[in-house]
Design a protein around this ligand. Structure first.
Ligand SMILES: *[C@@H]1O[C@H](CO)[C@@H](O)[C@H](O)[C@H]1NC(C)=O
Length: 276
């Protein structure tokens, strides 16, 4: 508004300057009149000088004002250009903002997908961990049971009038200490399937053989009526399902004998195949 007012004033000034008429400023009109007439006396001369001075001042001011207008015009043009520039920048920024928004949306979606995958991975990891823990527990809990023994260094055992438990006294392997050489009994530490093997040797005329017992129950009878010179053997094996505390041992039937010496002819062994 200020610029507009200034412009109005300037047009007024310019108009009066150019045509010498009383326009926007009465003073300017008078000045024009004086310019046309010649001075006549000293008073008139002085007045003329003052008037000329005033005219010069006014014209100087007018020029200054015009220059200002020109400057303002230039500035206005510059501002217009800058506004236009700003507008296009705003447009660009808007476009960029839209692109950014789309990108943010995409990233958010990706992020939530990743979070879902992460939490499912975490869950799988937990499941795997608990499985590993369980396996480790089972591995610790599964007892390691295996034994191998031979009967004696003393030669013939038997014959006796009654059945006797064979005490395999030479223990070479007894992992888990389930076999007791003092009693000849194997005691199952856990419920499971167990395997046993035995070899019976004879070296002189007579019956050789063994019974296999599970607790007080006879499971198997092996025997041979030895007739020839030299060693004779029989071997057999048995797989038994036992519960913890079940006992397995070999029994020499009454009237039978078994032979063993430093050469480990008669042996008894067994192991846990797997728990149940
Ligand atoms: C009897 O068995 C033990 C253990 O395996 C072995 O050290 C020893 O040499 C065996 N005796 C003979 C004569 O093979």
């Amino acid at each position: 508004m200020r610029v507009f007012g200034l412009l109005l004033l300037l047009f007024g000034l310019c108009g009066s300057g150019a045509h010498g008429e009383g326009g926007g400023l009465g003073e300017v009109g008078e000045i024009s009149q004086f310019q046309k007439t010649a001075p006549r006396d000293a008073d008139e001369e002085s007045t003329k000088q003052t008037t000329e001075q005033t005219t010069t001042d006014i014209w100087g001011e007018v020029r200054a004002l015009r220059d200002m207008v020109v400057e303002l015009k230039v500035e206005l043009r510059n501002m217009k250009a800058r506004v236009k520039d700003s507008e296009s920048q705003v447009k660009d920024l808007k476009a960029e903002l839209i692109v950014t928004k789309v990108l943010v949306d995409l990233l958010q979606k990706e992020n939530s997908d990743l979070q879902i995958r992460l939490s499912s991975s975490e869950y799988e990891l937990l499941v795997s961990k608990s499985r590993i823990d369980q396996l480790e527990r089972e591995d610790v809990e599964i007892p390691k049971v295996a034994f191998y023994s031979a009967l004696t260094d003393a030669g013939n055992v038997g014959p006796y009038k009654t059945d006797i438990t064979l005490k395999y006294s030479k223990v070479f392997t007894n992992t888990g200490d389930a076999y007791n050489p003092a009693t000849g009994f194997f005691t199952a530490p856990v419920k499971g399937v167990y395997s046993f093997q035995f070899t019976v040797c004879g070296n002189h005329k007579g019956n050789m053989g063994v019974y296999v017992y599970k607790n007080k129950q006879r499971m198997m009878y092996n025997a041979e009526w030895w007739a020839n010179a030299g060693y004779e053997y029989l071997s057999n094996s048995v797989v038994l399902e036992l519960i913890a505390g079940d006992e397995v041992h070999l029994v020499l039937p009454a009237g039978f004998f078994v032979f063993d010496n430093l050469n480990n002819h008669s042996t008894f062994s067994g192991s846990l195949l797997f728990p149940l």
